[in-house]
Write a protein that binds this ligand. Sequence first.
Ligand SMILES: CC(C)(COP(=O)(O)OP(=O)(O)OC[C@H]1O[C@@H](n2cnc3c(N)ncnc32)[C@H](O)[C@@H]1OP(=O)(O)O)[C@@H](O)C(=O)NCCC(=O)NCCS
Length: 241
Amino acid sequence: MKAGKTADHRPVRTEDEKCPLSEMGMGAGDRRGPGYTAPDQDPVAEEAPPILDTVKTQADEDTMILQTERLVLRPWRVTDAEACYEYAKDPRVGPVAGWPVHTSVENSRQVIRDVLSAPETYAIVLKESGVPIGSIGLKFHCDLAEKDDEAELGFCLGVPYWGRGLVPEASREMLRHAFEDLGLERVWCAYYDGNEKSKRVQEKLGFRYMWTTPDVPVPLLGETRIGHVNCMTKEEWQANR
Ligand SMILES: CC(C)(COP(=O)(O)OP(=O)(O)OC[C@H]1O[C@@H](n2cnc3c(N)ncnc32)[C@H](O)[C@@H]1OP(=O)(O)O)[C@@H](O)C(=O)NCCC(=O)NCCS
């Protein structure tokens, strides 16, 4: 069924078209981006010869590395499972973004395979340690980012690293990448009511408030929440950079 809009321009989607932040395990969705060809994956490939032991090929990785002053943003690898579990087991990280705490390293490994392997999804790696401490990504073709030239930005970070401006730093590079490299026209960003830290990050990045939805489904947690939606156009990004 084709999506429509309400009078206040809130997108109306059928359940199967929705891709709430929670599906990503980080605040973004698990859908494939335009033109993306998924690497060959064997769902039971635990013993498959792991030449790279990554979910993407080396060629994918080489073209997918972004850098900031303190961070490298690169594709998730299956071998990052312990680092992923380290931050995702903390109940202060996932639930506020709409996804449950990870229950084991194996659970994190599966999330890397199933969710964090999506295109334009990056491990946030601290240069000084080389260890992933969070995740950031652009989600395409979902309830907010309906058009080919739009995406939704999502992120999360391990608690010990909060308050250093690391996600704003990573997000600025993601916005540059979105508008300059990928040629997008609009980037959306959203948060659930009460998530003041995410709200603050979005304010600092220059996102513009669009609307509030009173009953956003949070499927992985079996509840609904109030959701706030922000947006940035390419013109706004250019004017503020
Ligand atoms: C939201 C989040 C990504 C922010 O990342 P960050 O790199 O810490 O961002 P900042 O350093 O800019 O901090 C943002 C705000 O968080 C608050 N904050 C920072 N450190 C904090 C801490 N240790 N305890 C409580 N609040 C803190 C401050 O209000 C800060 O705003 P300020 O810069 O005006 O002081 C991170 O808190 C997080 O991962 N939260 C859980 C997952 C989540 O909410 N994801 C987003 C879903 S929409």
